[in-house]
Design a protein around this ligand. Structure first.
Ligand SMILES: O=C(O)c1ccccc1NCC(=O)[C@H](O)[C@H](O)COP(=O)(O)O
Length: 256
């Protein structure tokens, strides 16, 4: 965890931005149809996610994901999402889909996470359910065992799945959050609130599923485009702000 950011607090409007030079990465999760892939690629997403969890309306077979991923491979990162999966499913995913990341969205321990990474040679994203500040402390347990974290809302009590519920958590909990690795902000994001979410958290990457759907499991290409455009608009505003930042905060200029 780092201390408060030097220039801005979390009490920010949707127009605010921290000084950051890099584009925010966007992951669209839970794609099930070729049109979904087309929409994510056309919108300029960075990552696409496939869900392998039978209770999800977005769940699909590995074979189906292999077909869907074909036109996207090399153009965006491919993420395979599992929930406390057994080795045989992970083996099939690693062998056939060859994802860029496996997202572990269950209660996988740091030890199990490390085991999956080394046994299947997969880069890992560990999802953490956030409901209170103490939940963020779990991030340090995974340091060195995962490449990235994904912060999602804790599922509602009656939920039948641990993610993809359209539930947000209190972004103010992230004040000072610095896990020492890349992370995705997730949970209840959509085209209306993503600007405010980025202004509040300066997340380096964001992830969305139900916020770009017309019904559970049915992606809406227009909402995908609107979501990515809102992220890019935020980045463009921040790039302008960075140009205008005070000299004392500017990055060092390389000597000619
Ligand atoms: O999407 C699902 O159905 C799902 C099922 C089981 C575990 C995780 C799942 N989704 C994980 C994601 O990465 C979602 O994008 C994330 O939870 C945000 O979802 P939403 O709040 O619907 O945008």
């Amino acid at each position: 965890m780092r201390g408060p950011k030097p220039l801005l607090t979390l009490d920010k409007s949707a127009d605010s931005c921290d000084w950051k030079a890099m584009e925010t990465e966007v992951k669209i999760c839970g794609l099930t149809k070729p049109e979904d892939i087309d929409a994510a690629l056309a919108a300029g997403a960075d990552w696409i996610g496939f869900v392998f969890f039978a209770k999800s309306p977005r769940s699909l077979s590995v074979a189906r994901a292999v077909d869907l991923a074909a036109p996207a491979r090399g153009r965006v990162g491919i993420v395979a999402l599992t929930v406390d999966a057994q080795d045989d499913l992970i083996d099939e995913i690693a062998r056939d889909l060859k994802p860029d990341f496996i997202q572990l969205h269950g209660s996988e321990t740091p030890e199990r996470t490390a085991e999956i990474r080394s046994r299947f040679h997969l880069r890992t994203v560990k999802a953490l359910g956030i409901g209170e500040r103490a939940d963020l402390d779990k991030a340090s347990l995974y340091a060195g065992h995962v490449e990235r974290l994904l912060l999602d809302a804790r599922p509602p009590k009656d939920a039948t799945r641990p993610g993809g519920n359209g539930a947000a958590f209190d972004w103010r909990l992230l004040e000072g959050f610095e896990p020492g690795m890349a992370w995705f902000l997730s949970g209840g994001l959509n085209g209306d609130n993503i600007g405010a979410a980025l202004a509040a958290t300066s997340a380096p990457a964001v992830d969305v599923s139900s916020g770009v759907e017309r019904a559970p499991g049915e992606k809406d290409p227009a909402e995908i485009a609107r979501f990515v455009a809102a992220v890019r608009a935020h980045d463009a505003r921040c790039e302008g702000a960075e140009d205008a930042r005070p000299a004392a905060n500017a990055a060092p200029v390389a000597a000619a």
